[in-house]
Design a protein around this ligand. Structure first.
Ligand SMILES: Nc1ncnc2c1ncn2[C@@H]1O[C@H](COP(=O)(O)OP(=O)(O)O)[C@@H](O)[C@H]1O
Ligand SMILES: [Mg+2]
Length: 295
């Protein structure tokens, strides 16, 4: 079981998920924690923030910090190829079956993008399992929610499919006993696949629910953003995942959250002050960390 500290940053577009992720990652690395910052947002904001061209290969930015921005399109291709091979392996009569020519359309098929994100996420988590701290810069709300919902949803589907497959297998066994006496049925490839999938979604589900995994909602101290943060918290509760805290970004001294917002009352609130200089480049990020004592 993975024992890393993982922090996810979700929220509305423009609230500062990427900036806060960058600051948190750099702060942790500066205090000696071996850190990986991974961006699952296809928009790839980290390369603008650090002014470096990140890619699928992790780049070492400072002593303890690696940053990676996986090409989600590439992972979509991998996911489709994987699905195609599994289909061909299980159903021989589909030998001529190919998804390759449909990539441009299938890329937009429901759930494909979030499956690809999950594949990329678990791949890099495994590759960087020696990192003590993993910071995940997430895409805007809708895609993030689908990403978090997917393992739980897939497990519910798989549970039904496995039951169905077992029932089919049982019927097949009865028929084969009648026909061939006690001859053993060959192992059911489909059931094996379903069980493997079940294991990988269970692993992801446990990662999202692990005590060391924290999901933070980033918001700005203004009504539209706070309303969206409240909606995110409720939607995450619907998919049975807990928010660990609120990051109130771009705060000034006068701004406070209204005490009427009961949704937030149980949550830890961390504040990130509004910077009057651009938070671009290692130097200005470090200057911000020094000025506001954030780790
Ligand atoms: N604490 C802050 N002070 C000043 N500007 C900020 C702060 N946090 C974010 N920004 C700016 O707000 C904009 C959106 O931030 P970004 O991190 O890209 O948001 P998101 O990833 O949520 O879309 C950027 O121009 C960024 O530099
Ligand atoms: Mg961003």
């Amino acid at each position: 079981m993975i024992n890393q500290n993982i922090q996810f940053f979700i929220g509305k577009g423009g609230v500062g998920k990427s900036t806060v992720s960058a600051l948190r990652a750099l702060g942790a690395a500066n205090s000696g924690t071996d850190t990986l910052l991974i961006s699952l947002d296809p928009a790839h904001n980290q390369k603008d923030i650090f002014e470096l061209n990140f890619s699928d290969k992790a780049i070492k930015v400072s002593e303890n910090l690696h940053i990676i921005e996986p090409d989600i399109d590439l992972w979509v291709k991998k996911y489709l190829k994987d699905a195609e091979e599994k289909l061909q392996g299980n159903y021989h009569y589909h030998q001529a079956f190919s998804l390759k020519n449909y990539f441009k359309v299938l890329k937009y098929a429901p759930a494909v993008e979030e499956y690809a994100m999950l594949m990329a996420f678990s791949h890099y988590l495994e590759q960087f399992k020696s990192k003590q701290q993993v910071i995940v810069d997430m895409p805007p709300t809708a895609l993030s929610l689908r990403f978090f919902a997917l393992p739980g949803l897939s497990l519910k589907w798989l549970e039904q499919l496995i039951q169905l497959r077992l029932a089919i297998q049982e019927k097949k066994e009865i028929i084969s006993k009648i026909k061939f006496g006690n001859k053993e049925l060959e192992t059911d490839k489909v059931l094996l696949q379903l069980n493997m999938l079940n294991k990988s979604y269970l692993d992801l589900y446990s990662i999202f629910n692990a005590p060391n995994s924290k999901i933070y909602v980033v918001a700005n101290p203004e009504n539209l953003s706070l309303n969206e943060a409240e909606r995110i918290i409720k939607k995450m509760q619907d998919i049975e995942l807990n928010i660990s805290g609120i990051i109130l970004n771009k705060t000034t001294n006068q701004m406070e959250i209204s005490s009427k917002r009961l949704t937030f009352s149980q949550l830890e609130i961390s504040r990130f002050k509004l910077s009057n200089s651009h938070l671009i480049g290692l130097e200005s990020l470090n200057a911000y960390l020094n000025q506001f004592n954030i780790d």
